[in-house]
Ligand binder design. Structure first.
Ligand code: SAH
Length: 211
């Protein structure tokens, strides 16, 4: 089966599972997820499952990528900061939905691979950095939206301060019992309104960088 056909099936499943945003579905139907995995795993790229990226990290399952992309698209942001580039798959999807994307990854080897893929696929509105994303990207702030693709046990004040007024942050956040919740935070002046959405499962947001 061609990858376009398997991709169409993936998108049909996403729509059946409740993803409504037509632009998100369109972008997922045309983004080659298999190019973001090692060759040995690429035949599984369109299954609804998370897959290993190496170095202990995972490419999130298509459903959660779609769900987060939908939350991003609904906020209609122009400037987006992503924390946790990983394979670069979510980064490429974002780059097709918004004007410009800044993305930070703490593992140098993952950042380097993502950079190659994104360049090969012609993403010119993406800026990558190898750094601790908990510090954000102050030089490019403020952002309309900040997306975390790793789970925080608290939201760093440095990051929240890089949201513009009325900006939105979307992140998996861990509660006291260790359960993870997809959370949407909206900035109103110095007030940050938290809204807990559904339960999710992500790798943890860690401090420091790996060379
Ligand atoms: N969105 C990615 C999923 C990556 S998994 C994809 O589509 O492939 C989460 C990623 O967050 C991992 O690559 C991990 O190394 C990274 N990460 C964890 N803590 C981080 C931090 N403090 N700063 C930047 N990246 C971080």
């Amino acid at each position: 089966m061609t990858s376009q056909r398997t991709r169409n099936r993936m998108v049909e499943r996403l729509a059946a599972a409740g993803v409504r945003h037509s632009e998100v579905l369109e972008v997922m139907a045309t983004t080659p997820r298999h190019l973001f995995l090692d060759e040995a795993l690429s035949h599984r790229a369109y299954e609804d499952t998370s897959l290993p990226l190496g170095l202990g990290q995972t490419l999130s399952q298509p459903w959660i990528v779609a769900r987060m992309s939908e939350l991003v698209a609904l906020a209609e942001p122009q400037r987006v900061l992503e924390i946790g580039t990983g394979s670069g798959y979510q980064t490429l999807i974002l780059s097709r939905l918004v004007e410009r994307v800044w993305s930070v990854e703490r593992i140098a080897a993952l950042k380097a691979r993502a950079e190659q893929r994104l360049a090969r696929l012609g993403a010119t509105n993406v800026y990558l950095r190898h750094a601790d994303g908990g510090l954000g990207w102050p030089q490019a702030a403020p952002f309309d939206l900040i997306l975390l693709t790793a789970c925080a046990n608290h939201l760093p004040a440095t990051l929240l301060s890089q949201l513009r007024d009325n900006g939105v942050l979307i992140a998996p956040v861990e509660d006291e019992s260790g359960r993870q919740w997809l959370t949407r935070v909206r900035r109103r002046g110095q007030v940050f309104d938290h809204q807990r959405l559904e339960e999710v499962r992500f790798v943890p947001l860690l401090e420091g960088v790996i060379r």
